[in-house]
Design a binder for this molecule. Structure first.
Ligand code: UAG
Ligand code: ATP
Length: 540
């Protein structure tokens, strides 16, 4: 039997009376005569998650209004509704048989109420939050690796894009950061099941949309800020300000800030949260990294981490980052310093990370280089910077060409597409532009916007057509990008073109196994497509 999120429910739920909800929300109840001694036993913002005695939080959304789903929520067992004044007015007309509490910011209140309903789990287990454009999944997985495998059976967990792994249960996650009530429920479940520490990703959407409201964090980490999600945030300034909200003394005990980029420097200068800084290249911070000569190749990077002079930590920690690419050293350095300042033995944490880290779809080698097969790597790079950095990470391990396959996601940050195309053509030797998750946007339109950044391109639908188009290029040092309709075909063409000395980088989808086309989920796993291709290729 496969489990769902609803199954990750604690046995013990203290609950909360409506009087206490009223107090927390500073709201008004309708009708005024409602019985405020009734208890609620759960909270959700989604009508399809409601169970008996739940509080349904009806929010105004971009596509719908939660209050339109209130009748379904009541039908499913909701015994009260929390909403805005506008929501209350809309609900009066529906004459529902349950009380409605109206307050100014139900999104924030949802998390505060849920924390109390579920017994305030984040005050009992330690929660670590990591933010940044790229590297959250990797560094939170590293933190988890640092915390588990201890003699006392200490259990650690994760919540993030790659999945949810709590209290011995693993589930895929549709999101990076969950809605606040669900987060509280899952943490309470984790606590009941022996979890002492949980490392979670905190997206900028989460920080803007109140998804960590009610959460108490032990230590928070900042990795980097690069262009992404501007469809939602509008400007880099607003994107930064959203990320900075994590570094709030009301939420967290302390922070660890990587100052490799200027946004980290600014955060360190502006935040009121007690913090330390980390630098991995070219700058001086509280904690500093020195990369060692690197015999490890695709197996990672050796480095030293220097603690602040005169501090209680070992002066220098010898570490091995088990994933290739300098950016993974950044992810690991932040994870190590978060572990250190939270009271863990940093040398032991380094050893555990080197031994235990698993991050599906991040620089995952699906085919090693052989006499006849090209090195084939799947990576979740889906921003311009991540694509460039991934190519740079693979360059030292590539005697031939880097062949890059990628596409842009539909309905998201259209402004980044041409830039992705341009940078891809600059950093890879051969670029194949195809599809990612198009959602409801036409795939040819998305590809066309990416291809605007490529100096030239040819549209092909087979390996032989691709070979023909490439052979006709006037300058063999600057091949045209290839446009391929359909990601599976694009992967097959890329591998068909690859020589053993080449590296094929399948970028953008990482661990994902479902592609959303229109509103239909379609099974697609880059790793399986590549493995099948090589298995059937007859090449050794
Ligand atoms: C921009 C954004 O994050 N939007 C989220 C937001 O949507 P919305 O406010 O437009 O909600 P809506 O669909 O209009 O519905 C309004 C309300 O009615 C409720 N509703 C709706 C339908 C129904 O049948 N019953 C019901 O109760 C909804 O739960 C919601 O509370 O609230 C919805 C309900 O929780 C989310 O599904 C939706 O996430 C969408 C799917 C999304 O794509 N989010 C992405 C951008 C996101 O959050 N990404 C970040 C960052 C990822 C990264 O770093 O790469 C993440 O943390 O995952
Ligand atoms: N520190 C970093 N700096 C820049 N790029 C990185 C860094 N870490 C990882 N990347 C790139 O970003 C991709 C996504 O990494 P990861 O999943 O760890 O980040 P994320 O922040 O969790 O992303 P998302 O929230 O979009 O899932 C990787 O596959 C890699 O290409």
């Amino acid at each position: 039997m496969s489990l769902g999120l609803a199954d990750l429910h604690p046995q013990q739920v203290p609950g909360l009376s409506l009087a206490q909800v009223l107090e927390l929300s500073e709201g008004k109840i309708y009708p005024e005569t409602a019985d405020v001694t009734q208890r609620i036993a759960g909270v959700t913002v989604a009508s399809n998650e409601v169970a008996a005695d739940y509080l349904f939080v009806a929010l105004a959304g971009a596509r719908a209004h939660g209050w339109d789903y209130a009748p379904q929520a009541v039908e499913a067992g909701a015994t009260a509704i929390l909403t805005t004044s506008a929501g209350l007015e809309a609900l009066k007309a529906k004459a529902l048989p349950v009380p409605v509490i109206a307050c100014e910011n139900p999104r924030e209140v949802a998390g505060l109420v849920a924390a109390q309903v579920f017994g305030d789990p984040s005050s009992k287990l330690k929660v670590y939050g990591v933010t940044g454009t790229n590297g959250k999944s990797t560094s939170t997985r590293m933190l988890r690796a640092a915390f588990e495998d201890q003699p006392d059976g200490h259990r650690a967990g994760n919540i993030g894009t790659v999945g949810i792994d709590l209290g011995g249960v693993q589930l895929p996650s549709a999101r990076t950061s969950l809605e606040a009530p669900l987060l509280q429920q899952l943490l309470a479940f984790a606590l009941e099941n022996g979890t002492q520490e949980a490392a979670i990703e905190v997206s900028s959407h989460a920080l803007e949309l109140g998804r960590i409201s009610g959460l108490k964090l032990e230590t928070v980490g900042f990795l980097n800020l690069q262009r992404d999600h501007l469809d939602f945030h509008g400007t880099m300034e607003d994107y930064f300000l959203a990320k900075a909200k994590l570094f709030d003394p009301a939420r967290a005990q302390r922070g660890v800030i990587c100052v490799d980029d200027q946004w980290g420097e600014r955060l360190a200068a502006e935040t009121k949260l007690p913090h330390v800084t980390v630098a991995t290249e070219g700058k001086t911070a509280d904690w500093n990294v020195r990369v060692l000569p690197n015999p490890a190749g695709m197996a990672g990077t050796d480095f030293e981490l220097y603690a602040p002079a005169g501090s209680q930590y070992p002066e220098v920690v010898r570490a091995h980052c088990p994933l290739p690419g300098h950016y993974n050293v950044q992810n690991m350095a932040v994870a190590l310093v978060m572990a250190a300042v939270s009271g863990h033995d940093v040398q032991v944490a380094a050893e555990r990370i080197a031994r235990n880290t698993q991050v599906p779809g991040r620089m995952e080698i699906v085919q090693g280089r052989t006499e006849e097969k090209a090195l084939t790597v799947v990576d979740y790079a889906h921003t311009t910077d991540a694509i460039v950095l991934s190519c740079q990470a693979l360059r030292p391990h590539t005697p031939g060409r880097i062949i890059l396959v990628f596409g842009a996601t539909g309905e998201r940050d259209r402004g980044k597409r041409a830039q992705m195309g341009q940078s891809a053509c600059e950093c890879a030797d051969l670029v194949i532009v195809t599809d990612d998750d198009p959602y409801t946007e036409p795939t040819d339109q998305i590809r066309a916007e990416v291809l605007q950044g490529c100096p030239s391109f040819a549209t092909v639908s087979s390996t032989s057509e691709a070979q023909e188009a490439l052979s006709q290029a006037p300058n063999q040092d600057q091949l045209p990008a290839l446009e391929v309709d359909g990601r599976e075909l694009a992967i097959q063409i890329s591998l068909g073109l690859a020589r053993p000395e080449d590296t094929v980088l399948l970028a953008g989808r990482g661990h994902e196994t479902i592609q959303v086309v229109g509103t239909t989920p379609v099974e697609l796993d880059d790793r399986l497509v590549a493995r099948e291709f090589w298995a059937q290729s007859g090449r050794k």
